[in-house]
Write a protein that binds this ligand. Structure first.
Ligand SMILES: [Zn+2]
Length: 155
């Protein structure tokens, strides 16, 4: 069975505890157990998908609709004045639970969180060594998109 042993599947099935904020047929939202800010929330599809590239469009839209609803509640309920939506697909990106999820991080002026360091990636030597021409970068991404065709799921 997909997602066997997956902690988020266990939460979705009610087999593992979580501070659940929202649930509907397709999605759930619950507090992160290691919050970086008060109200740090995860939004997941109930069904198990490994990463962004695996989630069917319709379920992804449902996850985003829940993210929007919960983000508004973080602003209104917790007095946040901003929200970051963060996501990691793949180990290199920092993904640690391999059930697709979005992080909603309530933000407040002067809270000290810094998801985008000012130096940018060009300040890091390893990235600089690689080809960095924006036109070439765009071309490679467009070719990969064209090869996918108009609609293609990887699951
Ligand atoms: Zn899962």
């Amino acid at each position: 069975m997909a997602g066997e042993g997956c902690i988020f599947c266990r939460i979705a099935r009610g087999e593992a505890p979580a501070q659940i904020i929202w649930e509907d047929e397709q999605t759930m939202a619950f507090l992160d157990i290691a919050p970086v800010a008060r109200g740090h929330t995860l939004v997941i599809p109930r069904r198990h998908y490994r990463d962004l590239m695996s989630v069917p469009d319709e379920e992804l839209a449902a996850v985003m609709a829940t993210a929007k609803r919960v983000a508004r509640a973080l602003m209104e309920g917790l007095g946040a004045t901003g929200v970051n939506v963060l996501h990691a697909s793949g180990v290199a990106a920092g993904q640690s639970v391999f059930h697709f999820h979005l992080h909603l991080i309530p933000r407040r002026e002067g809270d000290g969180l810094d998801p985008w360091p000012e130096e940018g990636y060009q300040g890091r030597e390893r990235e600089r060594e690689q080809e960095d021409d924006p036109e070439e970068v765009c071309k490679r991404i467009r070719v990969a998109l064209a090869l996918q065709g108009p609609k293609r799921y990887l699951n």
